[in-house]
Design a binder for this molecule. Sequence first.
Ligand code: ADP
Ligand code: ZN
Length: 760
Amino acid sequence: MPPDQKQLFDAEPLPWELAAEEDLQAADVVFNRPMEQTFSYLIPDDLRGQLQPGQRVRAPLGRGDRPTTGYCVGISRPSGSRKLKSLIEIIDRQPLLTPHMLDLTQWMSEYYLCSWGQALNMVVPAGVKNSAGTRLRTYFSPDDEALLRIDEGKLPAKQAAVIAALRDAGEPLQSREIEQLAGCTAAPINGLKRKGLLRIIHRRGAADKQDLTEKAPKEPDLTLNAEQQAALGTIVSALRDARHQTLLLHGVTGSGKTEVYIQAIREVVAYGQQAIVLVPEISLTPQTIRRFESRFDSVAVLHSHLTDVERHRQWQRISSGGVQVIVGARSAVFAPVANLGLIVIDEEHETTFKQETVPRYHAREVARRRAEMASVPLILGSATPTLESWTAAQRGEDTLIRLSKRVSDLPLPPVAAVDVRNDPRCVSGAAIGRALQTAIRAAVEDGGQVILFLNVRGHSPVLWCKACGEGIKCPDCDITLTWHKDRKLAMCHTCDYAIDPPQTCPRCGNASVRYFGIGTQRLEEELKSKFPRYTCLRMDSDTMRKRGSYETALDAFRNGEVNILLGTQMIAKGLDFPNVTLVGVVDADTILHQPDIRAAERTFQLIAQVAGRAGRGRKGGRVLVQTSSPDEPAVRFAVQHDYLGFAKAELVHRREMAAPPFCRLARVILRGLDNDEVIAEAERMAEILRTAATASQVPFRLLGPAPAPIMKLNKYYRHHFQLAAAEAETIQSLWRSVANELPRTSSVEYVVDVDPLNMR
Ligand code: ADP
Ligand code: ZN
């Protein structure tokens, strides 16, 4: 290039060019799609100054430039010479997410290997996205192009004042707002509208404010016992430290953990901050809610039964700072509090804190991260902490606080394991053995109440052919059908498949179909025939379908209208009925023998939690556990109320197996309609990961691929493999390094589950 020409090209931009360049702004946008990229769009002149990160926008995406909703995550200067497409519109008037929440969701996308857009889309509730419960409102802004074509100086004074007010405001305004600012009536606005000098914008405005909480009568704080006082002291000093710390509150059932949370939150509220309390959905009972509402002026409750409108209002109350305490299930970890002071997770061992759809996050890990970012403490409370949390506390990464006794010195109830192998009734297929039957009678005759727990719903969980020895399975799933006697149907518990019970075996044609195993319906039948004078109430997802039925049932039990309450998980947790003197675990083996690394841990947790329902009153109480494995450590330690002993023994086992918490896992599940194709893809994917790991010398293991325990689900064949490494980051960075090479076919889908809990 000749020097003079080169000079021409390198020349400094002229001042007006510079101004134009500096003025250019691009929006960084992510979409709710499984793709990692952030896209840049030019912000057109008329939208300039109205966009902030955290607002949703519509922008052209993909082939055909389809207008697509995305989230603005940043605003930057356009880089490079690439010509950018322009945003089409800004959807929200205000950001839906604070910068903190943008950071948190970005972390989620990195940790849980999903896209940032997917994380954002999950965090913002539907009711907030569609502004449920708000009216469509009309806003005006000056139409600068049209104004250029006229002589503004000739506008009537009132109309000029309207334009001036709008320019001052720098954002579209409603008629009422303009009238106030310009000191005019609606007439000049209408005049400008008729001349085509105003842009008209329809938007949904803020929800009408309305206080939803009915005021519960206020109650004073309880006087803490010495252990509670010490626990509170540790928490309060963590709060005053103003830095992040995770505290594991290990307290036996009924040791008064909730009272400690409440008094810790009082400190937080005194600083003008807000607290988030996560509890399992099933524990969000009116009882629990009342406990918080009777102590604090403003409580927001977030549970899955809220309508979109209710959820939207709660979201606005919370983000405006008008709420002291947010009590909610898993997703309340995303509550938009402005000034976070503390997060509490009660019953941290509950598996419902893990979401089983993308992003497959665990509320405990998200809470940990959120508390870290806000430099506030996180309290994890449980009588049976997960071995992950327990190990972190043992290693000194987290702080351990213990409450070793029930309040007011009520003893923990005695627990006995009954070996059903020696019980002729159980051997011949009955649900209730001799010891349990005697204990039920004694408890009820003595004026007490009984809770019976069984983890299996339906009548008989196995339909089985005696001639060919095969289970009768759902044609779409690798699961035997469950006989539901009340509806006279053989049903699949993982899909909607239901048929009249087959008279002959579909495989061998013999009329030898048998019903096998015991579900809650059959247990209820047996109770009614053994104790015709006692009233029974069954609680499982078949009887508790209607909204409110759960509360009605528990009220009936509390009022003493029911002698025996029987049911599934639903009744194992958190219930506090002083008159319960007997709790029976009908079959502890259902969980114990599952092919899952956490089977023993879950069995221990279950027995301990169920036992926690007994002996909460003056009458005392006891627990009977029916099992054919009374010598299993999970059962033996649970009978002794010995969490420490169990944790120690189980951790030895986990270390030998190199299983969590001694490693981190990610599970990759593939599914497709053609079994061979799924196998081939699983092999191919595993090979790519192995090669990448070898090349970069990453210390990691790949287990599988193998058929998933439920190999066929809803017509799809499923195969999986697991990645194991000492650190989660090892797996995450390995995955990201090959993400672009991984197969993407339409016939085989896959998901990654980081820190998986469900191994089915
Ligand atoms: P946890 O959450 O550990 O199972 P809770 O907080 O539910 O225990 O307490 C069990 C019962 O003891 C509740 O009825 C509660 O009101 C009561 N309680 C808790 N702390 C005290 C205390 N310091 N004095 C008297 N009663 C208490
Ligand atoms: Zn099925």
